[in-house]
Ligand binder design. Structure first.
Ligand SMILES: Nc1nc2c(c(=O)[nH]1)N[C@H]1C(S)=C(S)[C@@H](COP(=O)(O)OP(=O)(O)OC[C@H]3O[C@@H](n4cnc5c(=O)[nH]c(N)nc54)[C@H](O)[C@@H]3O)O[C@H]1N2
Ligand SMILES: Nc1nc2c(c(=O)[nH]1)N[C@H]1C(S)=C(S)[C@@H](COP(=O)(O)OP(=O)(O)OC[C@H]3O[C@@H](n4cnc5c(=O)[nH]c(N)nc54)[C@H](O)[C@@H]3O)O[C@H]1N2
Ligand SMILES: [Mo]
Length: 767
């Protein structure tokens, strides 16, 4: 059997000694393996593993006494698996009979493992569906705003999820590649579902070799990799819409707009044009107007317009652009500008989102489906937009607007999380802590003592993917990889599948959950289903036994380049977009009809609530970008050596401009306190000119580590930016997370350095 395994951060072969993974070697077919895999051995066997089922002390002892405010601050009591499963089953039964299944929140957002069959979040959904359903979460933290909004403008969300126009088409045809948000290589370390190969660097080299002019527009210099030969154009965060309006204004006033394209393929340009020229609001969106907002010189904005109109131009925008207040607007403006340039649907032209955001987006691939276990249907059918989770728990009965409809929050009594880490991913952690005190019961399946596990009532230890059989596969990667069990489960941990099977069994739904299959049966079944479906694309895959013994299947790269919207461009009558008009909607009657003050009928500059131009900047003068970390995946692997070695005095690094640092007496290596009205945390300063003045880069993923455990408003000792971010939707349309719109202040930390306890096991009292 091929001993290759895989992860979101790459495929590898392990070295195993005495039942422990001691080292890993990257998969030989990986074009550019990531450093992150080197954290695997230590993480799998780390002291942060949960070794036994655990229950919070007062929850276990005094079930009838309300002790929800003690979550996160109390010791845990180890219990047997039998007792733990009995407790969870009993609690689910009680909640179902007293309140119904709509009192169970099982959205459980999170990346879980690369293994697609033993995928914790999917299995939780399948389990809860088998017992009558749950309240779920729609969209995602990655591109939540885009997911709701793009279908109304271009018919679907392919432009952000892929397939986008691929790099092969760009290399052959593009003259100018503009990347708003840049093309940072670290973002391509990971692929949801895992990857056999990382080809981003290879494509960047080809783009450079082809002589394509690349302009990376970003507040951070490292978003413009030298390997791409890219020009760095610094911008103020949250102002891309204004920049693009300035460019559009130049095109419109210099007669450089492709009117024929607009007539044939779009609706609503005249309404947008009236806004652009200031006819509707008395404000012309000139380059001077734009320059004052975005901080890029007016002459340079003018030049950009000329450069874009001069040849084949691809406009790229990272996913981060829409993870901000009014995050719909920069995307709508990129589409509008691309339409004005008239190259949508042409090879190497038009627009695409996420080229700088994740491995595999833009890599040519035949679109075969990936193996998976089905979730089944949810009889409850109530879903909140993913990032409104704290609102849901805090405000039962409240009605919000979402995607043009009202949504009333149900009253949640039980939260079940598996495969995600809200104390990593959610904004404004102090508010989340308050929300977390509302449900009667919180159950978490986790391999590690993350903050989410530490704030649960019942904690069930899960295996990592290396302790069970599975399949790694992503719609963005050409490899499907076998993940054979490498080691025995660590401690008493069990597979999520077996945990759910046994709870379902206790509730009388065991057979509904398993359909008579073991997890091994599901692995081969899912593969065979995928194999059958692949034939529709003329792809012949080997049978399961051959796949399993070879260790992987490689799908050949497509012979033709993929160009998004090519069919529509060729024949818009025969291949209309799935929008009301069948065309690109520069003005959307539907969206205008929703009457949202925060998302009008065409792309509009709407001032973010927090940015360098807002009044709050007098008090908190630094714009914090909480970016994806280069040393891990979100919170995953933070307890590994690659991440830990990059910390400063044990804290997460924060990158700040030299002038900002000097003004505050901060030097590289200092421990600093970052704060605003929502919270405070410590970090280690890195002073650099690679960050625009007024901006700080503070990567996500340091495990939340409050000085006073379980206490709202406590200082986070370790550096989790989400104690500082805003918990508000991008707009009433998308309700996506708006983490990138946050202002902070920084000072040198004068106090004694509190010890880091993020990776420690909480207090455990033996029964
Ligand atoms: N401020 C700010 N916040 C952000 C972002 C940002 O840009 N800025 N980005 C957002 C984005 S785009 C995302 S996608 C989210 C990511 O947020 P998450 O996906 O929640 O983050 P992860 O750390 O990947 O959490 C996955 C958890 O699943 C656990 N896990 C792994 N395998 C298994 C398994 O087999 N079984 C079980 N039971 N558990 C398992 C891991 O240990 C880990 O704790 O963060 C969001 N948060
Ligand atoms: N190594 C690693 N890679 C990852 C992940 C990880 O955890 N680790 N997470 C993955 C996931 S789940 C996702 S969703 C993607 C997210 O992909 P992105 O959202 O694209 O990633 P970010 O790092 O948040 O942002 C990319 C860059 O956008 C720039 N930026 C931020 N705000 C603005 C702005 O207002 N204007 C402009 N022009 N630029 C701006 C920042 O400088 C930042 O470096 O990353 C994926 N890649
Ligand atoms: Mo994401």
């Amino acid at each position: 059997m091929a001993a290759t395994s895989a992860s979101h951060w790459g495929a590898f072969s392990p070295q195993i000694v005495d039942g422990r993974i001691v080292a890993v070697r990257p998969f030989e077919r990986d074009e550019n393996p990531t450093p992150l895999i080197q954290s695997i051995p230590e993480v799998v066997h780390s002291r942060s593993r949960i070794d036994r089922p655990m229950v919070r002390r007062t929850y276990l002892e005094k079930r009838n006494q309300d002790s929800r405010h003690l979550r996160g601050s109390e010791p845990f009591v180890p219990v047997s698996w039998d007792d733990a499963l009995e407790l969870v089953a009993g609690e689910l039964a009680r909640i179902r009979s007293e309140y119904g299944n709509q009192a169970i929140f099982g959205g459980s957002y999170g990346w879980s493992s690369a293994g697609r069959v033993n995928h914790a979040r999917t299995l939780l959904h399948r389990f809860l569906n088998s017992i009558g359903g749950y309240v779920g979460q729609l969209t995602n933290y990655s591109w939540g705003a885009a997911m709701m909004f793009l279908p109304r403008i271009v018919g679907d969300y392919e432009a952000v999820a892929g397939p986008v126009t691929d790099f092969a088409s760009i290399v052959k045809n593009t003259n100018l590649f503009v990347l708003l948000g840049g093309a940072n290589r670290k973002n391509a370390f990971v692929t949801s579902g895992g990857a056999g190969s990382h080809e981003y660097a290879k494509w960047q080299a080809e783009i450079r070799a082809a002589g394509i002019k690349c302009i990376c527009i970003s507040p951070l210099q490292r978003d413009a990799p030298p390997e791409l030969g890219a020009e760095w154009l610094p911008i103020r965060p949250g102002t891309d819409t204004a920049l693009l309006l300035g460019i559009a204004h130049t095109l419109a006033t210099e007669g450089k707009v492709d009117e024929a394209f607009l007539d044939r393929y779009t609706v609503g340009y005249p309404k947008f044009r009236a806004y652009l020229l200031g006819q509707t609001d008395g404000c012309e969106k000139s380059v001077h107007w734009a320059a004052a907002i975005c901080g890029i010189d007016a002459g340079r904005i003018c030049d950009l317009a000329g450069q874009m109109a001069a040849g084949r131009t691809m406009l790229g925008g990272t996913w981060s652009l829409q993870r901000a207040d009014h995050g719909e607007q920069p995307y709508w403006m990129i589409i509008t500008l691309a339409a004005m340039l008239g190259q949508i649907g042409l090879p190497g032209g038009g627009f695409g989102f996420g080229y700088g955001s994740i491995n595999g987006l833009g890599t040519p691939r035949i679109p075969i489906s990936t193996p998976a276990i089905p979730e089944g249907a949810n009889p409850v059918d109530v879903n909140i937009p993913v990032a409104r989770v704290a609102d849901l728990l805090l405000q039962p009965g409240r009605t919000i607007e979402f995607n043009g409809s009202p949504l009333t929050f149900p009253d949640i009594k039980l939260v079940y999380w598996a495969g995600g880490n809200p104390f990593h991913h959610h904004q404004e952690i102090n508010r989340l802590l308050r929300a977390w005190r509302q449900p009667q019961t919180i159950v978490v399946n986790e391999p590690f003592w993350t903050a989410t596990a530490k704030h649960a009532d019942i904690v069930l230890p899960s295996t990592t993917p290396y302790e069970r059989n599975d399949i790694c596969s992503s719609p963005r990667d050409r490899f499907i990889l076998a993940m054979p069990k490498l080691i025995e489960p660590v401690g008493q941990s069990r597979n999520d599948y077996d945990i759910f099977r046994d709870i379902a069994g206790r509730l009388g739904f065991g057979e509904v959950f398993t359909e008579g299959r073991t997890i091994e049966d599901w692995v081969s079944h899912a593969y065979e289903e995928c194999r059958v479906k692949a034939r529709r694309h003329a792809v012949e895959m080997p049978d399961f036994e051959t796949f399993w013994s070879d260790g992987y299947v490689e799908i050949d790269a497509p012979t033709e380049e993929y160009v998004q919207f090519a069919d529509f461009r060729r024949n818009p009558e025969k291949h209309p977009l799935k929008t009301p008009s069948g065309k690109i909607e520069i003005f959307s009657e539907t969206i205008a009809g929703f009457n949202c003050d925060d998302c009008p009928g065409h792309a509009t500059w709407l001032e973010p609530k927090e940015w360098l131009g807002s009044p709050l900047a007098a008090q908190f003068p630094l714009h914090m970008l909480s970016t994806q970390p280069s040393t891990r995946l979100h919170g995953q692997l933070d307890n590994g050596p690659v991440s830990r070695n990059a910390k400063i005095s044990g804290r997460e690094p924060i990158y700040m401009n030299t002038a900002d640092a000097n003004a505050r007496g901060i030097k590289s290596g200092d421990v600093v306190k970052i704060f605003n009205n929502r919270g405070a945390c410590l970090a280690g300063a890195v002073v650099t000119d690679g960050v625009v003045a007024g901006v700080v880069e503070f990567p996500t993923g340091a495990w939340y580590d409050p000085e006073a455990a379980g206490t709202i408003g406590s200082l986070d000792k370790h550096g989790n930016p989400n104690v500082l971010t805003r918990d508000e939707g991008t707009s009433k349309l998308g309700q996506g997370p708006s983490a990138q719109s946050a202002l902070v202040e920084i000072e040198v930390w004068q106090g004694p350095l509190p010890a880091i306890s993020a990776f420690d096991v909480p207090d455990v009292v033996e029964p």
